[in-house]
Design a protein around this ligand. Structure first.
Ligand SMILES: [Zn+2]
Length: 199
C-alpha cells in the first residue's frame, strides 16, 4: 500500500473514532475501531487506554491479523480487544472495518443475552438479524471465541450485541461499519420506547 493511501486510511480511522465518541456511542476509554490495511495481513486499530475521542494519527496501533498481536513497529499497544477483531477479519474476507462501542440502549438490551428486537422497517431492512454473543471478560480468549461463534453461525452478519458489554458492527469500509453502529443504537432506543407503549 502506498504511503498516501495508508495516511488516508489512518485519517479516516481517526475521524470515525472521534465521531463515535462525540456522538455518545462510547464513554471513557471504552470501545475500539479497526480497519484492514489492504495487501499487508495487518489492520490499524485504536490504542489501549486512550479514549476514542483522543485518537490521533500518531497514537494508532497496528496488529497482525494472523495472530491478533500488536506488531513490533506499532507506535502504541493495540486495544486489548484486538483478538476478536483479528478473528473476524480471518473469518470474513469481505469485512474491512470493525466498530466496537458501548452505546447505552443497545448495551442495555445485551444484558438479556438475546437478539436485539428489530421493530422498525429500516432496522429489519438494513441489519437483518442482530444476535447476542455470550458474555465474557474483556480481552479474554472466551470473548474472542464467543464473537467468532456468532460470526460463523450467521453468514453475512452485519451487527451483533455482546452480552453485558456493547456492540460490534462489520463493514466493507469504516463509514459503513460506523453507520451500522449508529443504526443499531437508534434501533435499540426505538425498541426500548416501543416496548413501553401504553396498551
Ligand atoms: Zn468493549
Amino acid at each position: 500500500m502506498n504511503p498516501n493511501d495508508l495516511q488516508t486510511l489512518k485519517e479516516e480511522l481517526v475521524r470515525i473514532s472521534v465521531k463515535a465518541y462525540e456522538r455518545g456511542l462510547v464513554f471513557g476509554t471504552g470501545g475500539n475501531i479497526s480497519v484492514r490495511v489492504p495487501g499487508t495481513g495487518r489492520a490499524l486499530i485504536t490504542a489501549t487506554g486512550i479514549s476514542l475521542g483522543d485518537t490521533c494519527v500518531e497514537n494508532l496501533a497496528t496488529i497482525e491479523i494472523a495472530t491478533g498481536e500488536t506488531t513490533a513497529d506499532s507506535p502504541t499497544q493495540a486495544s486489548k480487544e484486538r483478538y476478536f477483531h483479528a478473528v473476524v477479519y480471518r473469518l470474513r474476507s469481505d469485512v474491512n472495518a470493525l466498530v466496537h462501542l458501548h452505546p447505552p440502549y443497545a448495551t442495555a438490551w445485551s444484558v438479556r443475552g438475546e437478539d436485539l428486537p428489530l421493530v422498525t422497517v429500516s432496522a429489519q431492512a438494513n441489519l437483518g438479524r442482530v444476535p447476542c454473543a455470550a458474555c465474557a471478560p474483556s480481552g479474554s480468549p472466551q470473548l474472542r471465541d464467543s464473537v467468532a461463534q456468532v460470526v460463523s453461525q450467521n453468514p453475512g452478519l452485519k451487527a451483533m450485541l455482546m452480552g453485558r458489554h456493547g456492540i460490534l458492527t462489520l463493514g466493507a469500509n469504516l463509514i459503513q461499519a460506523y453507520n451500522l453502529a449508529d443504526l443499531v443504537e437508534d434501533s435499540a432506543r426505538v425498541a426500548w420506547l416501543a416496548h413501553r407503549l401504553p396498551e
